[in-house]
Design a protein around this ligand. Structure first.
Ligand SMILES: [Zn+2]
Length: 293
């Protein structure tokens, strides 16, 4: 989308609710409440246009979360229309997707005590991503095989590799494109050679090992699997809904840029970031994220 037909604050275009609802304190201070998404993006930066220069407690936290959310979004040329290319005529929004998900869900739900709540809600990642991970762990994200199970018959092929049926395990672990992303981030850590041996994302997140390191390395490592899964899901959606073309190099960069943005979600990360720039993550990843003994 290029953002000209979408309201920055009032439409649901980033996350599962409109930004005015998600960030009410910032919205009160917004200089351009009726502006479009396009008007809030210039020179490759998001500009929420908040009037108050010095943000107060709750506003500063909202600003960090807003930036983290916005940094996972990019504008592209084209009309603001999300097209579900695997079905006949439906235009989807994230909100309508989740509506479908929860209204029509008759899939067996595992017992509550078996569900790894901590894995979804404790990491320092943006709220909409926690929601995504939570849905993924319940296997309620709308992968094509899940849509088919709900009676929406679509042609099932993974949008990233175009060669295997799409399922949660395929998309996030087995797809050759995901494998490249995992290898790019953990391939240099000897004991992670078996990263692809996790049999599903739930086990991967529950059993993700701790890195023997502190500071930037530890902070990146803790949220890395969430970042990879979120970026893979975002890129997949942009291909299916917005006609984007896969660029694996860009996907790899996006993992590290997103990670950098998410470090702001936790206040402590401001210290962790001292002395680093996003370029360090992009260019020196293997010498920063190391397992030291
Ligand atoms: Zn694939």
């Amino acid at each position: 989308m290029d953002g000209r037909g979408t309201s920055f604050w009032h439409d649901v275009w980033c996350g599962e609710a409109c930004l005015a609802d998600r960030f009410p304190r910032l919205y009160r201070q917004a200089a351009n409440k009726q502006g479009t998404v396009f008007e809030h993006f210039s020179e490759n930066l998001w500009r929420p246009n908040i009037q108050r220069r010095i943000l107060r407690g709750g506003e500063a936290q909202e600003m960090r979360d807003l930036n983290a959310s916005l940094n996972t979004m990019a504008l592209s040329a084209g009309r603001d229309e999300w097209i579900w290319k695997h079905s006949h005529s439906n235009v989807f929004t994230v909100k309508s997707m989740y509506g479908v998900l929860f209204r029509h869900d008759r899939v067996y739900a595992p017992p509550v005590e078996a569900f790894p709540y901590k894995v979804a809600w404790e990491p320092n990642i943006p709220t909409n991503v926690k929601f995504f991970i939570w849905s993924l762990l319940w296997e309620r994200i709308l992968t094509i095989d899940n849509l088919n199970a709900r009676g929406m018959i679509t042609y099932n092929v993974c949008a990233l590799c175009n060669c295997s049926p799409e399922s949660i395990n395929h998309l996030f672990l087995l797809c050759p494109i995901s494998v490249v992303a995992w290898n790019d981030c953990v391939g240099h850590i000897p004991r992670m050679g078996g990263v692809m041996n996790f049999s599903n994302p739930k086990i991967l997140l529950s059993e993700w090992p701790k890195l023997n390191n502190r500071g930037m390395a530890e902070a990146c490592w803790a949220i890395l699997p969430y970042t990879i899964m979120w970026v893979v899901w975002s890129v997949r959606n942009e291909i299916i809904f917005a006609g984007a073309v896969l660029d694996t190099g860009q996907l790899l960069q996006r993992v590290k840029r997103t990670l950098w943005a998410w470090l702001d979600v936790v206040c402590k990360a401001v210290d962790v970031k001292k002395g680093f720039t996003v370029s360090d993550l992009l260019l020196r990843w293997e010498s920063i994220v190391v397992d030291s003994w």
